[in-house]
Design a protein around this ligand. Structure first.
Ligand SMILES: *[C@@H]1O[C@H](CO)[C@@H](O)[C@H](O)[C@H]1NC(C)=O
Ligand SMILES: *[C@@H]1O[C@H](CO)[C@@H](O)[C@H](O)[C@H]1NC(C)=O
Ligand SMILES: *[C@@H]1O[C@H](CO)[C@@H](O)[C@H](O)[C@H]1NC(C)=O
Ligand SMILES: *[C@@H]1O[C@H](CO)[C@@H](O)[C@H](O)[C@H]1NC(C)=O
Ligand SMILES: *[C@@H]1O[C@H](CO)[C@@H](O)[C@H](O)[C@H]1NC(C)=O
Ligand SMILES: *[C@@H]1O[C@H](CO)[C@@H](O)[C@H](O)[C@H]1NC(C)=O
Length: 417
């Protein structure tokens, strides 16, 4: 084979011939220490924008350049050639009409399309019949469309779990999570799926309440999803039920709850209380008054506090009603007794005890027949009639049993005559 150096290429032979010969030479003996580099500016291009493939460290004695699509100099994918001898450019089969080559070898691409993503190889032929090649790559990114965010539930009880799913419409994106417009701090209560598209919070705490977005990003832009506002409904404390005899034949029960925004319903013997015309509810339903009390009102009362996520009932309070048949002439007499469950807060028992002691001291002569609560040590101490905290005691041995049914829970009795 005739060596390329014998070719009088500086004369009439087209410069492309030199490049071909140099190209062959390159494959026989690739340049081991090529410092030629291609720098795409920018490396990530928005669709429709331009990119410049800058050439660095090109040889001082350049005879010409050839730009190819792909990672190797493949003649069928030649875009354009440039002769440093004739200072002219020649289009190749892969020329699209949007490429411009400069005398320094750099290639300008305008109106980039997604299909332009990929590798580009420059081959440089030097005047001394050497050649070197370098490859650069750029990516084209289309405009993003907003991802769609869904939640398994937007009102979650504290302690429950919630799953947020980000559904992107684009590919080759990464997913981030935002909480109140800031990057979500992932805690050990949170799990992300491998590609970040699913966020599970378990258990949910009050501090997780707020606005969530997912965001899709590529190297040139990012876009937020629709917002999801997560409401965390705090666990409710059990309400407490306090009862007082307002008059000998009437009773008022008050439901006490620390939680705001609750609604209160009343329960009698585990069923929703059917209000009669002798019963009255305060406007917020926290107080139930029965006046006058009748035998049919006897039973276990509870109040139930509810919010949109949960509800909880107070301890049972037993209302015992005793018909006073012993005193002929009096209208249907009644003794209303309030029975409290043993788990009632100490403060409440103490309050009742205070009331009882005052009464026993004769401060309330109209209410002579109090039976003290029997779970309170302080009261039991001063009360010789209390032998057991769990049994009912009546001041009237001849009376019928105070309770029409066996007590389902340990209880104590406060009866007023
Ligand atoms: C080469 O020429 C282009 C066009 O004039 C210019 O933008 C670029 O900075 C030059 N330099 C290199 C290293 O490509
Ligand atoms: C040009 O070549 C020199 C020596 O090989 C190298 O240090 C330098 O980083 C190169 N420049 C670029 C832009 O690649
Ligand atoms: C080829 O181009 C380079 C860079 O633009 C220039 O320095 C050099 O003089 C040119 N060589 C010839 C033979 O024209
Ligand atoms: C999803 O992307 C396709 C193109 O990739 C587009 O036609 C469609 O409108 C997009 N859908 C939404 C909901 O943005
Ligand atoms: C987040 O930002 C959007 C506007 O970009 C605003 O409408 C929204 O109220 C912000 N949300 C929060 C929780 O700050
Ligand atoms: C993320 O991974 C899940 C399954 O692991 C898959 O269903 C979903 O399509 C993936 N989403 C993206 C954006 O890759």
């Amino acid at each position: 084979m005739q060596p390329p150096s014998a070719c009088p290429c500086r004369g009439g032979i087209p410069w492309q011939g030199v490049l071909l010969a140099v190209s062959l030479l390159t494959f026989w003996n690739p340049h081991p220490t090529a410092s030629l580099t291609i720098q795409p500016v920018p490396a990530d291009v928005a669709e429709g924008r331009d990119v410049l493939l800058l050439v660095h460290n090109v040889s001082k004695t350049t005879a010409g350049y050839q730009w190819y699509r792909g990672q190797i100099p493949d003649r069928s994918r030649l875009i354009v050639s440039y002769s440093n001898l004739t200072h002219s450019a020649t289009q190749g089969p892969a020329f699209s009409g949007r490429e411009t080559i400069y005398p320094n070898g750099s290639l300008l691409f305008v109106k980039i399309t997604k299909g332009d993503t990929g590798f580009y190889t420059l081959q440089v032929a030097t005047a001394d019949f050497d050649s070197e090649a370098a490859t650069g790559v750029f990516r084209v990114h289309g405009p993003l469309t907003p991802p769609h965010l869904t939640a398994s539930n937007t009102k979650v009880a504290e302690g429950d779990s919630v799953q947020l799913v980000c559904i992107p419409n684009d590919t080759e994106i990464s997913i981030q999570w935002l909480f109140n417009n800031k990057t979500l701090r992932i805690t050990d209560r949170m799990q992300l799926s491998l590609n970040n598209s699913i966020l599970i919070i378990n258990p949910v705490l009050k501090l997780d309440e707020g606005e969530y977005h997912c965001q899709v990003s590529n190297p040139i832009s990012s876009l937020k999803s629709n917002p999801i506002t997560l409401t965390v409904i705090g666990l409710m404390a059990q309400p407490s039920l306090r009862a007082t005899n307002t008059e000998p034949h009437s009773v008022a029960m008050t439901c006490l709850s620390d939680d705001p925004g609750i609604s209160i319903t009343w329960i009698l013997n585990s069923q929703t209380l059917q209000l009669t015309d002798r019963m009255q509810l305060s406007p917020d339903h926290s107080t139930l008054s029965i006046d006058p009390v009748r035998q049919e009102d006897a039973g276990d009362y509870q109040c139930e506090a509810s919010n949109p996520a949960s509800s909880t009932r107070s301890e049972r309070y037993r209302l015992a009603v005793i018909s006073e048949e012993r005193t002929p002439g009096l209208p249907v007499g009644a003794v209303a007794g309030i029975v409290t469950g043993v788990l009632v807060g100490v403060a409440l028992v103490a309050a009742l005890g205070c009331f009882l002691l005052h009464t026993r001291n004769g401060r309330y002569p109209g209410f002579p027949h109090l039976i003290p609560p029997q779970v309170t040590p302080g009261l039991r101490e001063g009360d010789p009639s209390s032998d057991s905290g769990l049994t009912q005691t009546s001041p009237f041995p001849e009376d019928p049993p105070l309770s029409p049914q066996p007590p389902p829970v340990p209880h104590q009795l406060l009866a007023l005559g």
